[in-house]
Design a protein around this ligand. Structure first.
Ligand code: SF4
Length: 382
């Protein structure tokens, strides 16, 4: 497996007193009027001899012998993919790529705090005060392009931020009125008061993705490591619908719940048939999932019959189903029509077996972050 895309790194100052901080859009255009250059940095990845404006980042391999000007830096060649329209955050001579124009998905992480503690969490929560993240995002959102098709809000648990979460939603509504918004939430915070505030403003296309791991409350509570979470989450889903919000149920398939999938499908049909879609997801074996591998990992070949039964039950009742994070060669052929290439491109990879596979272009591939645990029985279509 190859490396995932590098999204964070250090800037090396090439002149004294470099003090650039904040969000900047990458440009490779040298002839921009100064008024349009205000929130931009010039990215020089092509020429060491070019006259360079202040606020320039050279790719390391192109850095000049003698740099002149203000705020001139160089950066690791691994960032050569940066292009016009990408947005970076510069903070104390570090750089994080906040938005890539060519990315297959754009996510904003609102917080690393969470009131669940899922045993397979790929992004383990941190009990820290990270409210500064929201303040940063308030600066980023106005810079995002109006043409952005969809944006995901994630965490941690984004709704734990209360009114700051609403503020972010409203800012997106104001600056990106034609962008779909997908919120990943554990569904435990959707009281009437909170939902009233969310629904006060008409959002263009807002959906909440809520995990529900089993029809059995004990199994769900065990997986999320939170007592009474099942009841709170089901109540949250019902409340979201009472306030006319779109809801997606997310089921991460793992050792503790794969045999429950048919019963969970029946539970959804009897109690939550109004949801907009149900997504069955493969594991990303990083974070807690990696440490808890013996308690969470199940070979996808083990659960194909359960998954097929669950999807057949839901589809017959016209509930829209999707499958994320799976490879075509391990999915039952009758399930291919539900499969979506869902892994973010910066951490999406293929293995050597895939090199000559006829279905590579339509296959979801692998998480680059899961390289210690790949499904068995991967076999190219020839
Ligand atoms: S072998 Fe083909 S179907 Fe299997 S994971 Fe690789 S590309 Fe996908």
């Amino acid at each position: 497996m190859s490396e995932k895309l590098k999204l964070k790194g250090n800037l090396k100052p090439l002149v004294p007193n470099c003090d650039l901080n904040g969000y900047f859009e990458i440009t490779k255009k040298l002839d921009l009027p100064s008024v349009l250059f205000k929130n931009k940095v010039f990215f020089n990845d092509f020429d060491t001899s070019t006259t360079t404006p202040d606020k320039t980042i050279f790719l390391q391999k192109n850095k000049p012998l003698l740099a002149q000007g203000k705020n001139i830096y160089s950066i690791d060649n691994a960032f050569s993919y940066l292009n016009d329209g990408d947005i970076i955050l510069i903070k104390e001579q570090t750089i994080s790529v906040a938005y890539r124009k060519n990315a297959n998905a754009t996510f904003l992480l609102l917080t690393e705090q969470c009131d669940n503690f899922c045993i397979m969490c790929s992004q383990p929560p941190k009990a820290i005060n990270d409210e500064y993240i929201v303040d940063q995002l308030m600066e980023l959102i106005p810079l995002l392009p109006k043409s952005l098709h969809e944006i995901g809000l994630t965490g941690g648990e984004p709704t734990i931020l209360g009114n700051k979460f609403i503020k972010i939603l409203n800012l997106i509504n104001a600056y990106l009125p034609n962008t779909s918004v997908h919120v990943l939430s554990n569904g435990k915070s959707f009281s009437d008061d909170f939902l009233k505030k969310i629904s006060e403003r008409k959002h263009y296309d807002l959906m909440f993705g809520i995990p529900l791991y089993s029809h059995n409350y004990e199994t769900h509570d065990y997986i999320v490591q939170s007592k009474n979470a099942f009841n709170e989450t089901v109540e949250g889903i019902i409340n979201l619908k009472r306030f006319q919000q779109k809801v997606e149920i997310r089921v991460v398939i793992q050792k503790n719940n794969y045999k429950d999938l048919p019963d969970l499908a029946n539970f959804i049909l009897r109690n939550l048939q109004f949801v907009d879609q149900v997504v069955f997801m493969g594991l990303e074996m990083t974070g807690f999932a990696r440490g808890n591998a013996s308690d969470v990992w199940v070979e996808p070949s083990e659960y194909q019959s359960y998954l097929k039964e669950a999807i057949t039950t839901l589809s017959r009742a016209k509930v829209r189903c999707r499958i994320y994070n799976h490879q075509l060669c391990i999915l039952d052929r009758s399930l291919w029509e539900y499969n979506v290439s869902s892994i973010s491109d910066w951490k999406n990879n293929f293995i050597s077996e895939c090199e000559n596979c006829l279905l590579r272009s339509s296959c979801g591939g692998f998480f680059a972050t899961s390289d210690n645990r790949l499904p068995q029985k991967i076999k190219a279509f020839k």
